[in-house]
Design a protein around this ligand. Structure first.
Ligand SMILES: *[C@@H]1O[C@H](CO)[C@@H](O)[C@H](O)[C@H]1NC(C)=O
Length: 263
């Protein structure tokens, strides 16, 4: 690694450096403690970051717990999946035409479904990415749930595992009074981020067609259904984040400073 001729010089430097390190008052690798005057007033918000590197973790942590205390799992558990399938996407008129045009056999097949129950709603670890210009954040919210589909075909309860990522864009804005806020920009599912798989093995032959149609329909309506329920909640959570956290994050975003470190 080192040329032989340089070895002696290297040893000399090493000895000198070691001596210097030994003389340092604060050992390396032992994080800087918070100054007392900063630590005390923040006693109520224990996750308070002392430097930008911790800010990303504090933000995802706060968003995560905000989503959970805002009843995210309850909202997922109450998704009216069968209703949406029956109305072909509910309020958006365009979708009905689109669905019926593509899957003309859907309606008779849907008559074979007695109920669709959502179980095991899950929020996995949030992801955070900063835009190249540093002014925006993209929060990935990975959601999971299981659909228990009860059909008229005797003995065929289908269990579908559903994974979906919602991506929320977060921006810093200054209001009329000059106060900065974090607001929700685009909120959508990442294309191709919906994964549906059959949990209990292979579907019995009589319902294979039903299963295919069901998967097709779910692929079309689920992302919008989930987005429609989850995005307003994200907006709500953003507006109730800890003031200091919001201020620290917004300040960096406004100045386009990078604080989300990719590993
Ligand atoms: C959701 O995003 C994460 C990265 O944040 C990725 O690892 C995962 O595969 C994605 N899930 C789906 C269902 O696409």
């Amino acid at each position: 690694m080192f040329p032989v001729g340089g070895l002696l010089v290297f040893y000399g430097l090493l000895a000198q450096t070691t001596a210097q390190l030994a003389g340092l008052p604060v050992p390396l690798g032992q994080g800087l403690p918070l100054p007392l005057d900063q630590a005390l007033p923040l006693a109520l918000t224990p996750a308070q970051p002392s430097n930008p590197a911790h800010l990303a973790g504090s933000l995802t942590g706060a968003l995560s717990s905000g989503l959970l205390s805002g009843n995210l799992l309850g909202i997922l558990g109450d998704l009216p999946v069968l209703d949406i399938l029956n109305t072909g996407g509910g309020t958006s008129g365009g979708l009905i035409g689109g669905l019926l045009g593509k899957v003309t056999s859907a309606i008779p097949l849907l008559n074979n479904i007695i109920s669709i129950k959502v179980t095991n709603p899950q929020l996995l670890e949030l992801g955070l990415v900063q835009s190249p210009d540093g002014h925006r954040l993209y929060v990935t919210i990975p959601l999971g749930l299981i659909l228990k589909v009860n059909t008229l075909v005797v003995g065929s309860l289908l269990e579908l595992d559903v994974q979906l990522n919602i991506t929320a864009e977060v921006l810093a804005v200054r209001n009329n009074q000059g106060r900065i806020h974090l607001v929700l920009g685009d909120c959508t599912h990442s294309p191709g981020s919906l994964k549906i798989s059959l949990l209990n093995g292979v579907a019995p032959l009589p319902i294979q067609g039903l299963l295919d149609t069901l998967m097709d329909l779910l692929n079309k309506v689920l992302p919008e259904l989930v987005q429609g329920k989850v995005c307003p909640l994200i907006n709500e959570v953003l507006s109730h984040l800890d003031v200091t956290l919001v201020h620290d994050v917004a300040d960096l975003l406004i100045h386009g400073l990078t604080f989300v470190i990719k590993i």
